[in-house]
Design a protein around this ligand. Structure first.
Ligand SMILES: NC(=O)c1ccc[n+]([C@@H]2O[C@H](COP(=O)([O-])OP(=O)(O)OC[C@H]3O[C@@H](n4cnc5c(N)ncnc54)[C@H](O)[C@@H]3O)[C@@H](O)[C@H]2O)c1
Length: 276
């Protein structure tokens, strides 16, 4: 007779596994790290070389180390192949291999369409799309060579499946991430590696701070059937980062998620279901 705790552990437990969360220093990335650490994984919280990233990353590390998992911060830029290879080498030195990779680095902008220049387009594409491709190559190759039946989770966005105003470049990169995810799911299935995407709806974070103007928040509210009490707001349309934990653990788990690949899980409080 198994207890419910044993059942959940067997389905979602990540004891003995290593997770690499690129952009783990972000608002959502930190929540992904805590979910994986809470399920028992060793988590590499990866952030750029910014001072604030390191401080935020270490806060996440401390929280995870106080629970069932373990964690460490690792400085790396997701757009640098050498940095990504350094993560793989670091894990190797520790006798670890990456079982779960989350590509969660992302940047946004709210530039009107006719004002988007090449510099902005290339900067956003470089981080949101090229960085995901690089990490899938570097970690995917390592998983294939070691025979690791891993899970890759690419963070897309609801803006990748429906045309959101004002975030043109961002939306285009996220649509491409969803497409790349499906393509890699097919390609990597022969190695036992699953590749899925997570598309969050609206969660206040650093990258969308400037986009969430009062009129836009009102519009999001009208399109979010689950708007509810949150802090001082009686009808907040926003998600809370921990509300992404369930989807992350399902995709990460080689047991509960064993037949799940090429999927894009949308967690948006019903935004995309709201028509008339
Ligand atoms: N917040 C939302 O509402 C929302 C909605 C949909 C999708 N997303 C996606 O979720 C992911 C996490 O974003 P967030 O909302 O937590 O934003 P955030 O700005 O809080 O975090 C993004 C993190 O990525 C890091 N980062 C940026 N460029 C990097 C690089 N080159 N190398 C390494 N790290 C880098 C940043 O330093 C930051 O810590 C992003 O891919 C974002 O596009 C967010």
């Amino acid at each position: 007779m198994t207890t419910s705790a044993e059942y959940l552990q067997s389905m979602f437990g990540l004891d003995g596994q290593t997770a690499v969360v690129i952009g783990g220093t972000g608002v959502l990335g930190g929540a992904f790290c805590e979910a994986l650490g809470g399920a028992g994984a060793h988590v590499l919280v990866v952030g750029r070389t910014l001072k604030t990233d390191e401080a935020t990353g270490n806060t996440v590390v401390d929280r995870i180390n106080a629970g069932p998992g373990s964690a460490e911060f690792f400085k790396a830029d997701s757009t640098s192949r050498a940095d990504l290879e350094a993560i793989v080498a670091h894990l190797k030195e520790q006798g670890r291999e990456c079982n779960v990779l989350i590509n969660g680095a992302g940047v946004n902008s709210a530039t009107p369409f006719f004002e988007i220049d090449d510099e902005e387009w290339e900067r956003i594409v470089n981080i949101n799309l090229r960085g995901v491709r690089l990490a899938c190559q570097v970690f995917g190759k390592d998983m294939v060579e070691r025979g690791t039946k891993g899970s890759i989770i690419n963070i897309a966005s609801l803006s990748g499946i429906t045309a959101l105003s004002r975030v043109f470049t961002y939306s285009a990169t996220k649509a491409a991430v969803i497409n790349l995810t499906q393509n890699l799911a097919r390609e990597f299935a022969q190695y036992g590696i699953r590749v899925n995407a997570l598309s969050p709806g609206f969660f206040p974070a650093e990258q969308n701070r400037k986009v969430l103007t009062p009129d836009r928040v009102e519009s999001i509210r009208r399109h979010t059937p689950t708007s509810r009490v949150q802090g001082d707001d009686p009808r907040s349309p926003f998600g809370v980062p921990s509300e992404l934990a369930g989807a992350i653990l399902l995709m990460a788990s080689s047991n509960a998620g064993s037949f799940l690949t090429g999927e894009n899980i949308v967690v948006d409080g019903g935004f995309t279901a709201m028509t008339i």
